[in-house]
Design a protein around this ligand. Structure first.
Ligand code: NG6
Ligand code: CA
Length: 524
């Protein structure tokens, strides 16, 4: 063999080695699958890794103990639709006029807005949502509850128009009609000879149908309504709103958890060979709490505790699917909740009576609907087997930050101005969290900076008489230091006037002056 030939062979050998390494490198740096597991109304103290409550959530605990458990993680809002909007768009929900809980309203995400699934689609991901949507459907006239959605034909715009390749959803909430699943814009199992008619305001129209309601026929309900929830009765549960038709399409409440789990597992199996994004939005423990019979009584706390155990089981099953499909180590899992906890949210279901020593809010004050901490501070966990090292973080992080952080993780350019790139914190527990954050509850806003929280004055009940939660309304500015006083028991606004002034000024810089519904509010 001539030395020239040997040189050439060596060159070929090194080039192929180089190319081999390159493809190896490409493979190992392949973008991970991303799953956001999002519970509905699960409190800071409902996860046993967070609190010494009396419920056990071993599968969520596993994610928390073997991933990063954030102790200062927030939903943007103390209710559902605004939080979901903020999570998907990285934008504060109060920037949208009057964005509140949706009841049959139209889509609140503009189809031109950038969303997490759109970012990921651009990077070659397949994107899917399974579970609760609650961001509105159809373009309508934007009036919540106007009953303008025609469920009998293709429903658009919806999740598939804002970035999801696949959607299998419950339209609003489990307590609202229509009680049907929608897959990629079509009601599942709809019989064209039995069309669906839905409205939210016209009980008279419903009376014309001659159909029973929770209001008129409580004897036909197996779950009793406490406030609201006295419209159509489906599966013995009275709901918000009125519905006629769609008999074959009606969901089974006790099978809902299994139904969404199976859809999520199918989605994972079908898409395991490419990077995928799955938004797995569980319905628990929102009302009506309808555990499958195999979970009934397990918590000793009534249906609310039982459905939390059911949700935890679902998460364990999803985890096993990732394991058996061999993709667990290439999947980033983010776990959180859309808002804080509530006990009686409209039905008599023993949530209050059987609570015992359990503390859904942990040591935090308030709950769902509240500007106090328990409204928005929620369990927040990141997990990636073999990549994320177990840790605990006290850094401040919001679901609004997932937009920028996920964008960074997959090497995309998109950044929202409200969000922060906290990818280092999420993946490595390194670096600082955000310095400040606006908290929102039913369009009211408060402000956290460092350990300090300032709540502006708001008119309205101090305690909601229905759900028995302190809402954070008062006639004065309130100031709390969470380091010394995590339960917000001591108002420091009079003792710390300089701090209060500084907080108001920083808050106004982001929020503008139009943040309190007290007329003629004087700031100086
Ligand atoms: C409220 C409902 C409550 C719940 C909430 C939405 C009444 C009286 N109360 O209007 O039961 O459905 O809306 O919850 O109807 S959320 O978690 O989706 O924001
Ligand atoms: Ca919720």
């Amino acid at each position: 063999m001539t030395s020239k030939l040997i040189n050439q062979l060596c060159l070929i050998f090194f080039i192929s080695l180089f190319l081999g390494c390159k493809s190896e490198k490409n493979y190992s740096s392949k973008n991970p699958n991303i799953i956001i597991i999002y519970t509905d109304d699960l409190g800071y103290g409902d996860v046993s890794a967070y609190s010494k409550g009396t419920l056990n959530t071993p599968n969520i605990d596993k994610l928390a103990n073997e991933g990063i458990r954030f102790n200062n993680g927030y939903a943007s809002s103390a209710t559902c639709s605004p939080s979901r909007y903020a999570l998907l768009t990285g934008t504060y929900p109060w920037r949208k006029t009057d964005l509140r809980v949706i009841t049959g309203g139209s889509l609140v995400i503009d189809t031109t807005e950038i969303t997490i699934p759109k970012i990921l689609k651009n990077k070659g991901y397949h994107t899917g949502i399974v579970g609760k949507w609650h961001l509105g459907l159809g373009s309508g006239d934007g009036v919540a509850g106007s009953g303008i959605i025609d469920y009998n034909s293709y429903i658009s715009p919806g999740p598939n128009q804002v970035g999801f390749d696949y959607s299998h959803i419950m339209p609003d909430t489990q307590d609202r009609v229509p009680t049907v699943y929608i897959e990629n814009g079509n009601v599942v199992n709809l019989d064209p000879d039995d069309p669906i008619d839905v409205n939210f305001f016209h009980q008279n129209k419903h009376d014309d149908y001659g159909l029973p309601t929770g209001l008129k026929n409580p004897e036909l309900t197996s779950m009793k309504w406490h406030h609201g929830h006295n419209g159509s009765i489906v599966n013995g549960v009275p709901r918000i709103g009125y519905m006629k038709g769609g008999e074959k399409a009606l969901w089974s409440d006790i099978d809902m958890a299994d139904h969404f789990l199976i859809k999520a597992q199918e989605y994972i199996k079908e898409n395991k060979d490419n990077p995928f994004f799955l938004f797995y939005a569980l319905q628990q423990p929102h009302v009506p709490r309808t555990p499958h019979p195999r979970f009934e009584g397990l918590s000793g706390m009534g249906p609310r505790g039982d459905v939390i155990i059911e949700a935890d089981w679902c998460i364990g099953e999803l985890y096993k699917t990732l394991e058996t499909e061999g993709i667990l180590e290439n999947t980033l899992i983010i776990f959180s909740s859309d808002n804080g906890p509530v006990l009686n949210d409209g039905y008599y279901d023993d949530a209050v009576e059987k609570l015992g020593d359990h503390t859904p809010s942990g040591e935090l004050r308030g709950g769902k609907y509240s500007l106090f901490e328990a409204g928005t501070r929620v369990p927040f966990i990141t997990y990636w087997k073999g990549k994320i090292k177990p840790g605990i973080s006290d850094e401040l992080i919001s679901q609004i930050d997932l937009f920028n952080s996920i964008s960074e993780i997959v090497g995309a350019e998109y950044k929202s101005s409200d969000g922060k790139d906290l990818s280092n914190l999420i993946l490595r527990n390194k670096g600082n969290g955000r310095e400040e954050l606006i908290l929102e509850a039913s369009t009211r806003t408060a402000y956290r900076k460092g350990d300090w929280v300032m709540i502006p004055p708001y008119k309205g009940q101090a305690i909601s008489k229905y759900v028995n939660i302190e809402l954070g309304n008062s006639m004065d500015f309130k100031l709390y230091n969470l380091k010394d006083d995590p339960s917000q028991r001591t108002d420091l606004s009079e003792r710390e006037p300089e701090k209060l002034k500084e907080m108001i000024e920083s808050f106004v810089k982001i929020r503008g002056r139009d943040f309190s519904n007290i007329e003629n509010l004087v700031l100086e």
